[in-house]
Structure formats: structure tokens, C-alpha cells
Ligand binder design. Structure first.
Ligand code: C5P
Length: 238
């Protein structure tokens, strides 16, 4: 089934009224939305339901990373929220990934389960500090093959790695890419950034975009500019 809703707007805000104001201007036929740690910690499942009631698919980005039993229980709880996609950290290891997969398999509602590889705010030198003697790309490839082997639906990575990942992984494996910055936008704390058009050309399945939209003077106009940018570049949509 073709998926032409490639943009996931990251609702990284701390005010519920502002979230709802933005949501009310967005069209659920044009994008999906992401609720992350800040919003979920502030407003919890109630906000997830509120956003869903307005017709949006919710990507619950809580990036679980814990012992397998805890992650199993957390993923089970997330599945009960009827979310479209959720995240765990690939670096939690094979046993943890499989526990998450089991929780999804046992659930009535089965969200897409994607594993975060290397955060897009990190570069090679940040891995060295962690004692990892590999480039970010090598580490992303390694974690992505682990994730695929453990039954994940996809990974979160930078769009700068998607070309290499596509050669290694099956075509239907989802590549979810934050670190998206339209040309000329501020990079902020992101390090491995790619423009929306380039991300789609490189094989990104979904583009996670937060501040370039939410902090724009006119967020909806900005979203439409991004949609126009990618509409000319999308190959056959996955
Ligand atoms: O504002 P910006 O577009 O940088 O937001 C990116 C979003 O994607 C944030 O919500 C961040 O938590 C999330 N994310 C990321 N890098 C990852 C995984 C998720 O930036 N590897």
C-alpha cells in the first residue's frame, strides 16, 4: 500500500494548548505526528488520545532502553495506546529487541517497531568518547543489521546513511530519518543533517521534522514548502 504521508512532525513543545493549536491547523491526510519524551512526560496517554481523536497517526518516540523484561512491559503498555509507531534503542541488545518484538506480537494492536541506531545529534568523535572505534556510519550499519535480525520493522538513522543501509537491508525495512533541515535552516543540536529532498532521494521512508516546522514563523506554510520539495523527488513510494 503506497504511503504518501512521509512527513512526521515532531511535536516537541511544552504547552498542550500550543500543541492542539498546531494540530488543528495540520491535515492528518498530509502528515503524521510524533509525541516524544517531553510531551508524554507532561501530558501522558491523555494527549496521545486527544491527538488520535483528531485523526492523526501517532509515533510514540520514547526510545525505550532497559532490561528486556522492563522493555517488554513498556512496549506492551505502549501498544495498548494504539499508536502507529514506537521506538526502542538498538544498543539495548538482541535480547531486549526480541522482548520488545514479543510484546508487539502478543498485542491486539501492532504498532511499527523501530530501533534507534546512533542519534543524529552524534558524530564520529562522540562515539570515540564512548569507546566505540567505528565511524557513525559503521555503527549504524551494525545496529541496523542487528535490528533487522531481531525482527524490527525498521530503524531510526540519519538520511546520510540511508544509501548504504539500502544496500544491506531488505527494501521493505523502514528507514526513519530525523536530522532533517531544509537548506538554509539552522542545524541546532543536530550533527548529521540532510535536506528533505535529499533524504527522500537517498531512500528515507519517513522524515521526522521538528523545529524547522514548529519554530517556523508560519508552521503550516513551512510544512507545505517541505511537501512541495519532496513531491518532486519521491521515487516509487514504499
Ligand atoms: O527539531 P528536530 O527536527 O531536530 O527534531 C528531531 C526529533 O527527532 C526530536 O524529537 C528528536 O527527539 C528525534 N530524534 C532525533 N534523532 C534520533 C532519534 C529521534 O533527533 N536518532
Amino acid at each position: 500500500m503506497p504511503d504518501n504521508k512521509r512527513i512526521i512532525v515532531a511535536l516537541d513543545m511544552d504547552d498542550q494548548d500550543k500543541v492542539i493549536k498546531l494540530i488543528d491547523q495540520l491535515n492528518p491526510d498530509q502528515c503524521r505526528v510524533k509525541i516524544g519524551k517531553e510531551l508524554f512526560t507532561l501530558y501522558g496517554p491523555e494527549l496521545v488520545r486527544q491527538v488520535q481523536s483528531k485523526g492523526f497517526d501517532v509515533f510514540l518516540d520514547l526510545k525505550f532502553h532497559d532490561i528486556p523484561h522492563t522493555v517488554y512491559k513498556a512496549v506492551r503498555a505502549a501498544c495498548a495506546l494504539n499508536v502507529w509507531m514506537l521506538t526502542i534503542h538498538a544498543s539495548g541488545g538482541a535480547e531486549m529487541l526480541r522482548a520488545a518484538k514479543t510484546a508487539v506480537s502478543e498485542s491486539n494492536h501492532k504498532p511499527l517497531l523501530v530501533a534507534v541506531t546512533v542519534l543524529t545529534s552524534m558524530a564520529d568523535e562522540d562515539l570515540v568518547v564512548q569507546g566505540i572505534q567505528r565511524t557513525t556510519e559503521e555503527q549504524v550499519l551494525r545496529l541496523a543489521s542487528l535490528a533487522q535480525g531481531c525482527g524490527m520493522d525498521g530503524v531510526v538513522c540519519s538520511a546520510s546513511e540511508t544509501l548504504s543501509l539500502r544496500k544491506l537491508l531488505s527494501d521493505d525495512f523502514l528507514l526513519v530519518t530525523p536530522g532533517i533541515r531544509p537548506a538554509g535552516d539552522e542545524v541546532q543540536d543536530q550533527k548529521r543533517v540532510v535536506t528533505p529532498g535529499q533524504a527522500v532521494l537517498s531512500g528515507s521512508s519517513y522524515l521526522v521534522i521538528g523545529r524547522p516546522i514548529t519554530q517556523a514563523r508560519r508552521p503550516i506554510e513551512k510544512l507545505h514548502q517541505i511537501l512541495a520539495e519532496i513531491s518532486g523527488t519521491a521515487p516509487s513510494l514504499c
